[in-house]
Design a binder for this molecule. Structure first.
Ligand SMILES: Nc1nc2c(c(=O)[nH]1)N[C@H]1C(S)=C(S)[C@@H](COP(=O)(O)O)O[C@H]1N2
Ligand SMILES: [Mo]
Length: 324
């Protein structure tokens, strides 16, 4: 018999409400129920299947990569099994238990389009790109707008290196990023009320900040599909919805991109989305976060603790909604 036990990080509804709750609460309730069943399945996801997936990855030989020790962390690393089975990836469903379903994602062949305001548009094979980039491992915190957090070792490269590779024109002010659209593998795309594809954007200053990272690996292996294989943005000072998965396109532009969540509900999920415990989400407080895989609730920090790296980016922008 399957006995449903509440895990510590499964928050009571009033403590945190998933991003899309306002859309359809009934659908959400169904999703959560399904998620808890799938979660059990996800934990059983066999190591053999994982090994097979890893050996199929043409970049697997690159891992583990050398850790960059400048990015110190004062928290315990999240258990790999939690980071790989408690996910947000709406293309596969609106609940957290999509890790098995996401194995259908076809990550090879995979090309990345670099276009817009660039010297010359390029289409790059992802393996060529990954091998051309300076790979390193960084331990970063991740704070979801739903008030849960994790601390994980990403492998990858600074987005700044990809910006150099793309050779943007001087007039480019933003990078717009797009997730793959795979109708055959992504059941969530059938929910046509969502503004697919998932899009996110950064200013050029944010994109080239040293913290801004493109993850190609996680826990010393190629990044798992559910975590956004083969390329996934990581901006640790912003709420997690900015960290767009499975990237196929980087467009340099002088127009501020409208993100997936901003388009759905701009009053709740803005362009900037910087973490700030003092600015509540319209429907819940952001003061604390529950640490994934534990019962711990810890205070949330301004810029998720990364103010030394990024606070200067927002000087003189007090009129902007920087924290939503
Ligand atoms: N394409 C895409 N990227 C996405 C999402 C998504 O639904 N689709 N969810 C975002 C949200 S809300 C979070 S918190 C993180 C979750 O990443 P994880 O599953 O690796 O923890 O991915 C972000 N990137
Ligand atoms: Mo999130």
């Amino acid at each position: 018999m399957l006995i449903k036990r509440k895990r510590g990080w499964e928050l009571p509804e009033q403590a945190a409400t998933p991003e899309a709750a306002f859309l359809n609460r009934r659908q959400l309730a169904k999703g959560l129920a399904a998620g808890s069943i799938l979660f059990a399945g996800g934990a059983l996801f066999s190591s053999r299947a994982k090994a097979a997936a890893a050996s199929a990855d043409p970049t697997a030989d690159l891992y583990p990569v050398k850790t960059n020790d400048s990015y110190k962390i004062d928290r315990a690393l999240t258990d790999k099994k939690h980071a790989l089975t408690y996910n947000n990836y709406y293309e596969f469903g609106t609940h957290k238990g999509i890790s098995q379903l996401a194995q259908k994602l076809e990550t090879r062949p995979w090309t990345v389009l670099l276009d817009g305001m660039v010297e010359k548009e390029q289409i790059v094979d992802v393996d060529t790109l990954i091998r051309a980039m300076p790979l390193e491992e960084r331990l970063y915190r991740h704070r979801c707008v739903e008030a849960w957090s994790m601390t994980v070792p990403w492998s990858g490269f600074p987005l700044a290196a990809l910006v150099d590779y793309a050779k943007p024109l001087s007039g480019a002010k933003f990078v717009r990023m797009e997730t793959v659209v795979q109708e055959e593998t992504m059941p969530g795309l059938r929910s046509s009320w969502y503004p697919w594809p998932y899009v996110e954007g950064l200013t050029m200053a944010e994109a080239t900040n040293e913290l801004t990272f493109i993850a190609t690996g996680l826990y010393g292996e190629p990044i798992a599909k559910q975590n956004g294989a083969p390329l996934r943005l990581v901006t640790p000072w912003k709420y997690g919805f900015k960290s767009i998965k499975s990237l196929v396109r980087f467009t340099f532009t002088d127009q501020r991109p409208v993100g997936f969540w901003e388009e759905i509900q701009g009053s709740e999920y803005g362009f900037w989305a910087n973490v700030n415990p003092e600015v509540s989400h319209p429907r819940w407080s952001q003061a604390y976060e529950t640490v994934l895989g534990s019962n711990e609730r810890v205070p949330t920090l301004l810029f998720n603790g990364y103010g030394d790296y990024v606070a200067d980016l927002y000087k003189g922008m007090e009129g902007e909604q920087l924290y939503l």
